[in-house]
Design a binder for this molecule. Structure first.
Ligand SMILES: N[C@@H](CCC(=O)N[C@@H](CS)C(=O)NCC(=O)O)C(=O)O
Length: 437
């Protein structure tokens, strides 16, 4: 516990974020911290001025030692807590040299982006003193600077100095994220490839606020990544949260009247993280990914959806008195992940009270598998994605050049006989399989 440390910080400030990252990396949780408002001028309050006479944030103190410069605080924390948490200065002289080099070059990136040059130009330069030619020159300088960083990242993926996360990442990464935060400068970064592309979503997540609210009858048109079926807007929001690139969504509700696209959940993204436009539209609900929320709200799957069918994916049916009993049957059946219950008013009468247990693949499944020279594909090594028992020797016996004809439940693309066996093991009705190369 870091009870002898105090951090006064402001939201959206890369220097504050540097210190926060360094504290986390060094496992220094539990420090005293206070979020102050720049808008309310709290950075000029007595509390801050006593610690930092410049009236700037961060203001950081360890015991009686004051370190208000974010670079100084990061170097101090690494030096004082060398063997605690993650090592942030590499031992290898080549990596260490590159780390210091990139770390201090980061100051130039910050200078070209902010400091009255691009992001803050209108704010810092009085109206009468602004010139279009200066804006153009500053933008060009920032573009050139960003290109330089793109080159570094391509060489040293995924970290800024060498193979491991270091103080270069702690200090420069907040500045890069800051650029992303200003959607209007996105074109400077469009050249970025490599780790930075995934950083983009991360940066947007980190900088964006948690916006759990749903906007009824509001559309975020265009910028679709993909769409899924979903029973309601809350579920659609969970799909967006779990999709690595989704930042916001629009859900087409059951009361939508323009066409038949009911229960469509459109996952969306833009480089700035904000919808390009928001327009009123009856029958849809829009909202934002919950990636930025801490803790992330758990999906509420105990909810049932009245007058909604989940067609297909049935593997077993039984009769139950009500949907609660059907839901219990589904919960108790290891293969069941969803259900549909037919209630007492449904026609035709014969199928009333029928409880359909439904299956959804718990293992990763590809939409298509194709032969193509020069490509290698595979699955993530996350242990929970592929059931462990399927790797054991007792399951491993395959019978080459042997067909077991007929009795097919389903035909699925699979890259190998071993993977086909994993799919068969996951399916509640599958007891044997044939794999056709
Ligand atoms: N050199 C300082 C700069 C800190 C800084 O510029 N803080 C800004 C917020 S990002 C601030 O407090 N600005 C208010 C002001 O200068 O009045 C550091 O890197 O820690």
């Amino acid at each position: 516990m870091a009870k002898d440390m105090t951090l006064l910080w402001g939201s959206g400030s890369p220097p504050c974020w540097r210190v926060m990252i360094a504290l986390e990396e060094k496992n220094l949780q539990g420090y005293n911290q206070k979020l102050l408002s720049f808008e309310k001028m709290e950075h000029k309050s007595d509390q801050v001025m006593k610690m930092n006479p410049r009236g700037q944030l961060p203001a950081f103190k360890h015991g009686n030692h004051v370190l208000n410069e974010s670079y100084a605080a990061c170097l101090y924390l690494e030096s004082q807590f060398k063997s605690q948490g993650n090592k942030l200065i590499p031992d290898c002289p080549a990596e260490q040299a590159q780390m210091y080099q990139r770390m201090f070059e980061g100051l130039t990136l910050g200078q070209k982006a902010g400091m009255g040059c691009v992001i803050y130009y209108n704010w810092k330069v009085p109206e009468g003193e602004r010139h279009d030619s200066a804006v153009k020159r500053n933008r060009e300088a920032l573009t050139a600077e960003v290109k330089l960083w793109e080159g570094y990242l391509q060489k040293g993926c995924p970290f800024l100095a060498g193979k491991t996360f270091s103080l270069a990442d702690v200090t420069v990464y907040p500045g890069i994220c800051y650029l992303f935060r200003f959607g209007n400068v996105t074109f400077y970064i469009s050249a970025f490839t490599c780790g930075i592309i995934s950083l983009r979503v991360l940066c947007i997540d980190v900088f964006s606020e948690c916006r759990p609210g749903l906007l009824e009858n509001k559309d975020f048109p265009g910028t679709d990544i993909t769409f899924f079926y979903s029973p309601d807007a809350e579920h659609c929001q969970q799909l967006c949260t779990q999709h690595p690139a989704c930042l916001f969504f629009t859900f087409v509700r059951a009361d939508w009247t323009r066409d038949n696209r009911h229960f469509y959940c459109y996952l969306k993204s833009t480089p700035s993280g904000e919808p390009n436009t928001q327009t009123p539209l009856l029958g849809v609900t829009s909202g934002f990914s919950l990636k930025a929320c801490s803790p992330q709200p758990e999906p509420c799957l105990s909810q049932v959806y009245q007058n909604v069918d989940f067609p297909g994916a049935d593997y077993r049916a039984l009769f139950t008195a009500d949907y609660e009993e059907c839901q219990r049957a589904c919960t108790q059946d290891p293969g069941c992940q969803l259900f549909t219950h037919v209630n007492a008013v449904f026609t035709p009468e014969q199928i009333r009270y029928k409880c359909h247990l439904k299956f959804s693949w718990p293992v990763p499944k590809t939409p298509i598998v194709e032969k193509k020279g020069g490509l290698v594909s595979g699955f993530s090594h996350k242990p929970d994605l592929i059931p462990q028992h399927s790797n054991t020797a007792c399951q491993g016996k395959l019978f080459p050049n042997t067909d077991i004809p007929g009795n097919d439940i389903q035909m699925l693309p699979a890259a190998s006989a071993e993977y086909c066996q994993i799919l068969c093991s996951a399916h509640p009705l599958c007891t044997y399989f044939s794999f056709d190369r």
